[in-house]
Design a protein around this ligand. Structure first.
Ligand code: MTE
Length: 295
Protein backbone atom coordinates (compact mmCIF):
# COMPACT_ATOMS: atom_id res chain seq x y z
CA UNK A 1 0.00 0.00 0.00
CA UNK A 2 3.05 2.23 -0.24
CA UNK A 3 1.96 4.67 -2.91
CA UNK A 4 -1.51 5.17 -1.44
CA UNK A 5 -0.50 5.39 2.10
CA UNK A 6 0.74 8.88 2.76
CA UNK A 7 -1.36 11.76 3.93
CA UNK A 8 0.23 14.61 5.73
CA UNK A 9 -1.57 16.28 8.63
CA UNK A 10 -1.56 19.59 6.76
CA UNK A 11 -3.96 18.10 4.21
CA UNK A 12 -6.36 17.08 6.93
CA UNK A 13 -6.18 20.55 8.42
CA UNK A 14 -6.76 22.22 5.07
CA UNK A 15 -9.92 20.21 4.58
CA UNK A 16 -10.97 20.90 8.15
CA UNK A 17 -11.07 24.59 7.34
CA UNK A 18 -13.84 23.85 4.87
CA UNK A 19 -15.78 21.13 6.60
CA UNK A 20 -15.60 21.85 10.31
CA UNK A 21 -12.38 21.39 12.12
CA UNK A 22 -13.70 19.27 14.95
CA UNK A 23 -15.28 16.69 12.71
CA UNK A 24 -12.16 16.14 10.69
CA UNK A 25 -9.74 16.11 13.58
CA UNK A 26 -11.99 13.66 15.37
CA UNK A 27 -11.90 11.41 12.36
CA UNK A 28 -8.13 11.57 12.12
CA UNK A 29 -7.91 10.75 15.81
CA UNK A 30 -10.20 7.76 15.35
CA UNK A 31 -7.99 6.39 12.61
CA UNK A 32 -4.89 6.80 14.69
CA UNK A 33 -6.43 5.29 17.80
CA UNK A 34 -7.70 2.34 15.76
CA UNK A 35 -4.06 1.56 15.21
CA UNK A 36 -4.43 2.12 11.52
CA UNK A 37 -2.48 5.32 11.32
CA UNK A 38 -2.55 7.26 8.11
CA UNK A 39 -1.40 4.14 6.26
CA UNK A 40 -4.56 2.31 7.19
CA UNK A 41 -6.57 5.11 5.68
CA UNK A 42 -4.99 4.35 2.30
CA UNK A 43 -4.76 8.02 1.58
CA UNK A 44 -3.46 9.56 -1.54
CA UNK A 45 -0.53 11.97 -1.54
CA UNK A 46 -2.62 14.55 -3.35
CA UNK A 47 -4.54 17.23 -1.50
CA UNK A 48 -8.15 16.40 -0.71
CA UNK A 49 -10.63 18.21 -2.94
CA UNK A 50 -12.88 20.77 -1.32
CA UNK A 51 -16.28 19.41 -0.29
CA UNK A 52 -17.94 22.31 -2.11
CA UNK A 53 -16.23 21.35 -5.37
CA UNK A 54 -17.09 17.68 -5.08
CA UNK A 55 -20.75 18.37 -4.31
CA UNK A 56 -21.43 21.01 -6.96
CA UNK A 57 -20.09 19.41 -10.12
CA UNK A 58 -21.65 15.97 -10.50
CA UNK A 59 -22.53 13.33 -13.00
CA UNK A 60 -25.86 11.85 -11.96
CA UNK A 61 -27.85 11.32 -15.13
CA UNK A 62 -30.92 10.17 -13.18
CA UNK A 63 -31.31 13.89 -12.42
CA UNK A 64 -29.66 15.82 -15.21
CA UNK A 65 -26.81 15.86 -17.68
CA UNK A 66 -25.99 19.36 -16.38
CA UNK A 67 -23.31 18.80 -13.72
CA UNK A 68 -24.03 22.08 -11.95
CA UNK A 69 -27.77 21.41 -11.76
CA UNK A 70 -27.52 18.04 -10.02
CA UNK A 71 -26.96 19.32 -6.46
CA UNK A 72 -30.24 21.25 -6.33
CA UNK A 73 -32.27 18.60 -8.16
CA UNK A 74 -30.99 15.80 -5.92
CA UNK A 75 -32.44 17.45 -2.83
CA UNK A 76 -35.46 15.18 -3.28
CA UNK A 77 -33.49 11.92 -3.33
CA UNK A 78 -35.01 10.60 -0.06
CA UNK A 79 -32.18 8.25 0.94
CA UNK A 80 -34.05 6.97 3.98
CA UNK A 81 -35.37 4.26 4.05
CA UNK A 82 -33.37 2.53 1.31
CA UNK A 83 -33.45 -1.15 0.38
CA UNK A 84 -30.22 -2.71 -0.80
CA UNK A 85 -30.55 -6.26 -2.10
CA UNK A 86 -27.81 -8.78 -2.73
CA UNK A 87 -28.99 -11.65 -4.93
CA UNK A 88 -28.41 -13.85 -7.99
CA UNK A 89 -25.74 -16.55 -7.88
CA UNK A 90 -25.41 -16.58 -4.09
CA UNK A 91 -26.17 -19.10 -1.37
CA UNK A 92 -27.68 -16.47 0.94
CA UNK A 93 -29.56 -13.68 -0.85
CA UNK A 94 -30.40 -10.80 1.49
CA UNK A 95 -32.11 -7.47 1.67
CA UNK A 96 -30.34 -4.86 3.78
CA UNK A 97 -31.38 -1.56 5.18
CA UNK A 98 -28.68 0.47 3.43
CA UNK A 99 -28.13 2.50 6.58
CA UNK A 100 -27.29 -0.62 8.59
CA UNK A 101 -24.66 -2.00 6.21
CA UNK A 102 -21.84 0.00 7.80
CA UNK A 103 -22.80 -1.19 11.26
CA UNK A 104 -23.26 -4.81 10.15
CA UNK A 105 -19.98 -5.12 8.30
CA UNK A 106 -17.78 -2.39 9.78
CA UNK A 107 -16.48 0.60 7.86
CA UNK A 108 -13.07 1.87 6.82
CA UNK A 109 -11.78 5.27 5.76
CA UNK A 110 -10.33 5.54 2.27
CA UNK A 111 -9.05 8.61 0.46
CA UNK A 112 -9.28 7.87 -3.25
CA UNK A 113 -8.70 9.69 -6.50
CA UNK A 114 -11.75 9.71 -8.76
CA UNK A 115 -10.98 10.16 -12.47
CA UNK A 116 -13.93 10.85 -14.74
CA UNK A 117 -13.66 9.64 -18.32
CA UNK A 118 -14.40 13.26 -19.34
CA UNK A 119 -11.01 14.42 -18.05
CA UNK A 120 -11.70 15.89 -14.60
CA UNK A 121 -10.76 14.35 -11.28
CA UNK A 122 -11.06 14.77 -7.52
CA UNK A 123 -9.62 13.35 -4.30
CA UNK A 124 -12.38 12.27 -1.94
CA UNK A 125 -12.33 10.86 1.59
CA UNK A 126 -14.87 8.04 1.77
CA UNK A 127 -16.18 5.89 4.57
CA UNK A 128 -17.40 2.48 3.49
CA UNK A 129 -17.49 -1.27 3.59
CA UNK A 130 -15.01 -3.25 1.48
CA UNK A 131 -17.42 -4.87 -0.97
CA UNK A 132 -15.75 -8.27 -0.52
CA UNK A 133 -17.22 -8.50 3.00
CA UNK A 134 -20.76 -8.16 1.68
CA UNK A 135 -20.17 -10.58 -1.19
CA UNK A 136 -18.56 -13.19 1.03
CA UNK A 137 -21.48 -12.97 3.47
CA UNK A 138 -23.80 -13.75 0.55
CA UNK A 139 -21.74 -16.79 -0.45
CA UNK A 140 -21.15 -16.62 -4.21
CA UNK A 141 -21.91 -19.89 -6.02
CA UNK A 142 -19.36 -21.42 -8.42
CA UNK A 143 -21.30 -19.83 -11.29
CA UNK A 144 -20.80 -16.26 -9.99
CA UNK A 145 -18.31 -14.68 -12.40
CA UNK A 146 -19.56 -11.10 -12.56
CA UNK A 147 -21.35 -8.62 -10.34
CA UNK A 148 -24.04 -6.33 -11.73
CA UNK A 149 -24.92 -3.15 -9.83
CA UNK A 150 -28.25 -1.46 -10.42
CA UNK A 151 -29.26 2.12 -9.60
CA UNK A 152 -32.72 3.44 -8.75
CA UNK A 153 -35.59 3.69 -11.24
CA UNK A 154 -38.32 6.13 -10.31
CA UNK A 155 -39.02 8.88 -12.85
CA UNK A 156 -41.32 10.57 -10.33
CA UNK A 157 -38.28 11.44 -8.23
CA UNK A 158 -35.40 11.19 -10.70
CA UNK A 159 -36.37 13.77 -13.30
CA UNK A 160 -33.67 12.76 -15.75
CA UNK A 161 -35.34 9.36 -16.09
CA UNK A 162 -38.24 10.97 -17.89
CA UNK A 163 -35.88 11.38 -20.84
CA UNK A 164 -36.02 8.53 -23.32
CA UNK A 165 -32.48 9.17 -24.50
CA UNK A 166 -31.15 6.71 -21.96
CA UNK A 167 -32.03 3.18 -20.97
CA UNK A 168 -32.84 3.14 -17.28
CA UNK A 169 -31.90 2.10 -14.69
CA UNK A 170 -28.18 2.94 -14.54
CA UNK A 171 -26.31 -0.37 -14.51
CA UNK A 172 -22.65 -1.16 -13.97
CA UNK A 173 -20.64 -4.33 -13.64
CA UNK A 174 -17.38 -5.79 -12.41
CA UNK A 175 -15.68 -9.15 -12.81
CA UNK A 176 -15.91 -10.99 -9.50
CA UNK A 177 -12.14 -10.66 -8.92
CA UNK A 178 -12.45 -6.89 -9.30
CA UNK A 179 -15.48 -6.76 -7.02
CA UNK A 180 -13.59 -8.77 -4.38
CA UNK A 181 -10.47 -6.60 -4.59
CA UNK A 182 -9.70 -4.89 -1.26
CA UNK A 183 -9.76 -1.41 -2.87
CA UNK A 184 -13.37 -1.85 -4.05
CA UNK A 185 -15.60 -0.04 -1.60
CA UNK A 186 -19.31 0.27 -1.02
CA UNK A 187 -19.21 3.81 0.30
CA UNK A 188 -21.61 4.72 3.09
CA UNK A 189 -20.19 8.17 3.84
CA UNK A 190 -17.88 10.96 2.67
CA UNK A 191 -15.88 13.74 4.38
CA UNK A 192 -16.73 12.25 7.76
CA UNK A 193 -20.51 12.53 7.23
CA UNK A 194 -23.16 10.83 5.11
CA UNK A 195 -22.90 10.71 1.32
CA UNK A 196 -24.40 13.88 -0.16
CA UNK A 197 -27.47 13.09 -2.26
CA UNK A 198 -25.80 14.34 -5.44
CA UNK A 199 -22.83 12.04 -4.80
CA UNK A 200 -24.97 8.91 -4.57
CA UNK A 201 -26.66 8.64 -1.17
CA UNK A 202 -27.06 6.45 0.73
CA UNK A 203 -24.66 3.82 -0.70
CA UNK A 204 -22.41 4.13 -3.70
CA UNK A 205 -19.77 1.96 -5.31
CA UNK A 206 -16.20 3.31 -5.51
CA UNK A 207 -13.70 1.53 -7.78
CA UNK A 208 -10.74 3.93 -7.78
CA UNK A 209 -8.64 2.44 -10.60
CA UNK A 210 -11.47 2.67 -13.13
CA UNK A 211 -13.09 5.64 -14.82
CA UNK A 212 -15.69 7.25 -12.58
CA UNK A 213 -18.65 5.89 -14.52
CA UNK A 214 -18.02 2.46 -12.99
CA UNK A 215 -18.60 3.96 -9.51
CA UNK A 216 -22.38 3.72 -9.60
CA UNK A 217 -24.36 5.94 -7.25
CA UNK A 218 -27.36 5.14 -5.07
CA UNK A 219 -27.13 1.38 -5.54
CA UNK A 220 -30.33 -0.63 -5.04
CA UNK A 221 -29.20 -4.11 -6.11
CA UNK A 222 -26.01 -6.11 -6.27
CA UNK A 223 -26.55 -9.16 -8.46
CA UNK A 224 -24.00 -11.94 -8.90
CA UNK A 225 -24.19 -13.46 -12.35
CA UNK A 226 -22.57 -15.94 -14.71
CA UNK A 227 -22.74 -13.70 -17.80
CA UNK A 228 -21.02 -10.36 -18.22
CA UNK A 229 -23.52 -7.55 -17.64
CA UNK A 230 -24.00 -4.76 -20.15
CA UNK A 231 -23.61 -1.36 -18.55
CA UNK A 232 -25.58 1.85 -19.03
CA UNK A 233 -22.71 3.42 -20.99
CA UNK A 234 -21.98 0.34 -23.09
CA UNK A 235 -25.62 0.30 -24.20
CA UNK A 236 -25.53 4.00 -25.02
CA UNK A 237 -22.25 4.06 -26.92
CA UNK A 238 -20.33 0.77 -27.11
CA UNK A 239 -17.52 2.22 -29.26
CA UNK A 240 -16.74 4.78 -26.60
CA UNK A 241 -17.33 3.05 -23.26
CA UNK A 242 -16.03 -0.38 -22.40
CA UNK A 243 -16.73 -2.87 -19.65
CA UNK A 244 -13.33 -2.75 -17.94
CA UNK A 245 -12.78 1.01 -18.18
CA UNK A 246 -9.46 0.92 -16.35
CA UNK A 247 -7.91 4.38 -16.29
CA UNK A 248 -5.24 4.38 -18.99
CA UNK A 249 -3.53 7.58 -20.18
CA UNK A 250 -2.30 5.81 -23.29
CA UNK A 251 -5.67 4.77 -24.64
CA UNK A 252 -7.54 7.82 -25.88
CA UNK A 253 -11.28 8.11 -25.83
CA UNK A 254 -12.41 8.15 -29.49
CA UNK A 255 -13.12 11.88 -29.14
CA UNK A 256 -10.34 13.11 -26.81
CA UNK A 257 -7.00 12.21 -25.23
CA UNK A 258 -6.90 10.62 -21.78
CA UNK A 259 -3.28 11.63 -21.13
CA UNK A 260 -4.12 14.49 -18.74
CA UNK A 261 -6.79 15.60 -16.32
CA UNK A 262 -7.92 18.67 -14.39
CA UNK A 263 -8.51 18.37 -10.66
CA UNK A 264 -11.70 20.08 -9.54
CA UNK A 265 -10.77 23.52 -8.24
CA UNK A 266 -7.52 23.69 -10.23
CA UNK A 267 -6.64 25.19 -13.58
CA UNK A 268 -3.57 23.28 -14.65
CA UNK A 269 -3.75 19.88 -16.25
CA UNK A 270 -1.84 17.07 -14.59
CA UNK A 271 -0.80 13.75 -16.11
CA UNK A 272 -3.26 10.91 -15.73
CA UNK A 273 -1.72 7.85 -14.08
CA UNK A 274 -2.10 4.26 -15.28
CA UNK A 275 -4.87 2.63 -13.25
CA UNK A 276 -5.38 6.10 -11.75
CA UNK A 277 -2.26 5.58 -9.63
CA UNK A 278 -3.33 2.20 -8.20
CA UNK A 279 -1.30 -0.01 -10.57
CA UNK A 280 0.73 -1.49 -7.74
CA UNK A 281 -2.44 -2.80 -6.15
CA UNK A 282 -4.43 -3.92 -9.19
CA UNK A 283 -2.24 -4.49 -12.26
CA UNK A 284 -1.88 -8.18 -11.33
CA UNK A 285 -5.59 -8.66 -12.01
CA UNK A 286 -4.92 -8.03 -15.70
CA UNK A 287 -1.50 -9.63 -16.13
CA UNK A 288 -1.12 -11.37 -19.46
CA UNK A 289 -4.23 -9.72 -20.85
CA UNK A 290 -4.27 -7.19 -23.67
CA UNK A 291 -5.41 -4.04 -21.88
CA UNK A 292 -6.08 -2.19 -25.12
CA UNK A 293 -8.44 -4.92 -26.21
CA UNK A 294 -10.05 -4.86 -22.75
CA UNK A 295 -11.74 -1.54 -22.91
N1 MTE B 1 -24.12 6.67 -10.90
C1 MTE B 1 -25.38 6.85 -11.29
N2 MTE B 1 -26.35 6.16 -10.67
N3 MTE B 1 -25.71 7.74 -12.28
C2 MTE B 1 -24.74 8.44 -12.96
O1 MTE B 1 -25.07 9.22 -13.87
N4 MTE B 1 -22.34 8.91 -13.21
C3 MTE B 1 -21.02 8.30 -13.08
C4 MTE B 1 -20.71 7.85 -11.67
N5 MTE B 1 -21.84 7.17 -11.07
C5 MTE B 1 -23.38 8.25 -12.58
C6 MTE B 1 -23.12 7.35 -11.52
C7 MTE B 1 -19.95 9.16 -13.56
S1 MTE B 1 -19.85 9.38 -15.25
C8 MTE B 1 -19.02 9.70 -12.71
S2 MTE B 1 -17.64 10.52 -13.32
C9 MTE B 1 -19.17 9.63 -11.26
O2 MTE B 1 -20.38 8.98 -10.88
C10 MTE B 1 -19.16 11.03 -10.70
O3 MTE B 1 -19.28 11.03 -9.32
P1 MTE B 1 -19.41 12.41 -8.53
O4 MTE B 1 -20.45 13.23 -9.22
O5 MTE B 1 -19.81 12.03 -7.15
O6 MTE B 1 -18.05 13.05 -8.58
Amino acid sequence: MTELSRIVPSEITAEALYRGRRLFLAKAATLLSAGMGPAGAMASEDAISRYEEVTNYNNFYEYSTDKKAVAALAENLQPNPWRLEVKGEVERPRVYDAHAVGRDFGTEERIYRLRCVEGWSAVIPWTGVPLARILKAAGPTSRARYVRFVGPHDPARFYGQRSRRHLWPYVEGLAIEEAMHPLTLLATGMYGGPIANQCGAPVRLVVPWKYGYKSIKSVVSIVLEEARPESFWMRLSPEEYGFYANVDPEVPHPRWSQAREVRLGEMRRRPTLPFNGYAEQVAHLYRGLDLRAMR
